[in-house]
Design a protein around this ligand. Structure first.
Ligand SMILES: NC(=O)c1ccc[n+]([C@@H]2O[C@H](COP(=O)([O-])OP(=O)(O)OC[C@H]3O[C@@H](n4cnc5c(N)ncnc54)[C@H](OP(=O)(O)O)[C@@H]3O)[C@@H](O)[C@H]2O)c1
Length: 314
């Protein structure tokens, strides 16, 4: 299939294919991750063999922007690639892999991976049985917007999970694009992924809880959040410098039980029942952290424990 080339849209140092890295990278799925990642690889002179996607528009655009082929099916993608990335949604990966293997298109010449953070390479077992080196390659980044993703890829860490010695090729690929990587074993993949969820998703939940209290305090939420932003950023900077336990400040770190009592009373007064449970739970976790490095006075600790654990149904 001939692809129309639109050079102006390709942010690439176009000095031909990379001489060091001869492997061709192909994608099944041309969605939110595969498209910017393929463009990123192409920008580093890695040969993108092409894409297969069931949406023609996405397929044509991805192939055009990476000057690669628009494959009509997965088998074509496999036959024309050394590294095959199954870049579909998580629940589609195993099915795509099984179909390719049933068609006999995967062999010991392939490295077959997926991009999911949640699954390990074990869901690619049929490809491993066909002799391929299987892996998962997870970019630690949220791909909400294509151009932003493309810009941020250079600072993105990837996790490479799998046990096959041939995966040194994937590390080599990451080294060429300048991305650092975490190596993982299949049995650690679930813990790794839940860790990423805590750092990313639960941080959003934490900020949303703060916004709820902000709204009740008569401050314009937008302005209030702007005012809190230097506090959030300063806290992150302190964590980077000292680690979480020593970065802790505020009433729990000081052992100020009276202030915590007042906070709980204010939550009751404003009918913020869910937020009160959340505040208590976080308070107990924060106290445990404070006791590791900052708060040593047993009386203060005991007082705080009592206030945070009081069984108050209001
Ligand atoms: N999005 C993120 O922020 C992010 C971050 C890190 C890792 N990841 C991982 O990256 C992977 C891809 O996610 P994504 O967000 O890029 O997905 P996506 O935007 O939904 O793209 C997947 C594409 O593959 C197509 N597809 C599905 N099954 C196919 C098949 N059998 N043959 C051809 N095309 C097929 C889909 O079509 P349909 O829409 O019709 O199914 C869709 O166009 C996932 O494993 C995800 O966990 C995502």
């Amino acid at each position: 299939m001939n692809i129309q080339i639109i050079p102006a849209e390709c942010p690439v140092k176009d000095d031909g294919p990379n001489k060091r890295f001869k492997m061709r990278v192909g994608f099944i799925g041309a969605g939110k991750v595969a498209l910017p990642y393929g463009r990123y690889l192409y920008g580093h002179a890695i040969t993108v063999s092409g894409y297969h996607d069931r949406h023609k528009e996405k397929l044509t655009r991805a192939a055009t922007l990476t000057r690669s082929q628009a494959f009509e099916n997965g088998a074509q993608a496999a036959c024309n690639s050394d590294i095959l990335l199954i870049a579909t949604r998580d629940d589609q990966i195993a099915g795509v892999c099984t179909d390719l293997c049933r068609q006999g298109t995967i062999s010991a010449d392939h490295l077959v991976g997926h991009l999911s953070g949640a699954h390990s390479s074990e869901i690619l077992a049929p490809a491993a049985a066909a002799g391929a080196a299987v892996f998962s390659l997870h970019p630690l980044q949220a791909f909400a917007n294509e151009e932003t993703a493309l810009r941020e890829l250079k600072n993105t860490y990837f996790s490479v999970e799998g046990t096959d010695p041939r995966l040194s090729t994937i590390e080599e690929l990451l080294a060429i694009t300048g991305n650092r990587c975490l190596r993982l074993l299949p049995e650690h993949k679930r813990l790794y992924h839940l860790t990423a969820c805590i750092f990313s998703n639960y941080l959003v939940t934490l900020i949303s809880a703060g916004m709820q209290a902000l709204e009740k305090s008569g401050i314009d939420p937008r302005e209030g959040f702007e005012a809190m932003l230097p506090l959030i950023e300063g806290t992150i900077t302190n964590i980077i410098r000292t680690g979480p336990a020593k970065a802790l400040t505020g009433p729990i770190a000081r052992g100020d039980a009276g202030t915590i009592r007042q906070h709980l009373e204010a939550l009751t007064e404003h009918n913020l029942t869910d937020l009160k449970s959340f505040y208590r739970f976080m308070g107990v976790q924060t106290l445990t952290l404070a006791m590791q490095a900052i708060l040593t006075d047993p009386l203060k600790i005991d007082h705080l424990q009592q206030i945070l654990n009081i069984d108050d149904p209001s």
